[in-house]
Design a protein around this ligand. Structure first.
Ligand code: ATP
Ligand code: MG
Length: 332
């Protein structure tokens, strides 16, 4: 069954410089039990997509069009109280900066208890027991539930937020760069943690990250975004082994060059696209080594390749894939 369905989503920010279409026709869906990754370099629209799904966009943002359905329910038309019920209980969010999710003047234990008690009829004592249990699950000392957010390190704070996100055993966990800024060992532990709990609770994961090795380790399917568009979409193993969009090919080789570094992705040369006007070209055209005339005048649609059920938005996908294969053959 389809858990989350996003279809042709368009999100606009109204900025001082004018309207900015940060998400411009994004479609993907997550089936029950599938771990899904959204990747792409900075400013590609990943967090905006997540916030649109969760109903957490700021006031100056608007969903212009598109479908967002969770188990067939239209999330765009939820009332604030219906949304309140849905968040945490069915969809949990681990935001890009953990500190944003925590109240600085409340102990973390009290915050978890509050989250539980808002949704469940549970005595204070049982809620408190559950908070301590969750701390144990994410590898934190249960006695620290009485500490305040500032008393934790960045990595620990991220675990606190994960504990909170898991409190109600949601069906979908949306994690936006849950390990950014943490050292590699802590990153690994946190990813293991999310996976373990997610397996235990049978929930699905929407993981936003530009770290392709984390994706390879944790996710089944993925979309690669650029300039508010999905450039390529499919099963992780296919897409990472056989990237077909020049942007994905570039991402992968940029990543390969950095594999023994800190896991951060260096980007392909060139500037991210401006998002202020209606696109009449492929968003990647100015930076694309394969770009031809058609790419400057016609936006490529996301089309299914005749093999592997991979979808790619590129006029020159065949040529790009062929050249990548030739280059790989030459180097082996
Ligand atoms: P990162 O990897 O850096 O987190 P991202 O893929 O999550 O990037 P978004 O945060 O979704 O990207 O941003 C997409 C575009 O929307 C960017 O151009 C960004 O400047 C713009 N944007 C994001 N948040 C806002 C906002 N609150 N107001 C105005 N513009 C915004
Ligand atoms: Mg982001």
């Amino acid at each position: 069954m389809t858990l989350l369905d996003v279809d042709d989503l368009v999100v606009r920010y109204d900025t001082r410089e004018g309207p900015l279409h940060s998400v411009n026709g994004v479609s993907f869906s997550i089936e029950d039990g599938v771990n899904y990754a959204l990747s792409g370099e900075s400013a590609s629209g990943k967090s905006t997509t997540a916030k649109a799904i969760l109903g957490l966009l700021p006031d100056h943002a608007e969903i212009e069009s598109g479908v967002i359905e969770f188990e067939g329910r239209d999330l765009r038309s939820l009332t604030p109280s219906e949304r309140q019920d849905l968040l945490w209980e069915e969809i949990a969010f681990i935001p890009q900066t953990a500190i944003d999710a925590l109240d600085p003047v409340m102990t973390v234990g009290a915050q978890i208890e509050q989250a539980i008690q808002t949704h469940r009829e549970l005595s204070e004592r049982n809620a408190s027991r559950r908070a301590r249990e969750l701390f144990g699950t994410v590898g934190l000392d249960p006695d620290r539930v009485d500490d305040y957010p500032h008393q934790f390190s960045g990595g620990m704070r991220q675990r606190v937020v994960i504990a909170m996100a898991l409190a109600l055993e949601p069906k979908l966990i949306v994690a936006d760069e849950p390990t950014t800024g943490l050292d590699v060992i802590v990153q690994d532990k946190i990813i293991d943690n999310i996976l373990q709990i997610q397996e235990e609770t049978d929930s699905s994961l929407l993981l936003i990250t530009h770290d392709l090795s984390v994706i390879a380790e944790t996710c089944d399917e993925m979309s690669v975004m650029y300039g508010g568009k999905v450039m390529e979409q499919g099963r992780v193993e296919n897409l990472l082994l056989n990237p077909t969009n020049p942007y994905t090919i570039g991402l992968k080789s940029a990543f390969g060059a950095l594999e023994d570094g800190d896991g951060d992705l260096v980007s392909i040369p060139g500037e991210p696209p401006s998002l202020d006007s209606e696109p009449t070209a492929c968003v990647f055209e100015p930076r694309c080594p394969f770009a031809g005339e058609e790419c400057a005048t016609t936006e490529p649609a996301l089309e299914t390749l005749p093999y592997r059920n991979q979808r790619v938005a590129c006029h020159n996908a065949d040529r790009a894939a062929r050249m990548r294969r030739d280059a790989e053959d030459a180097s082996t």
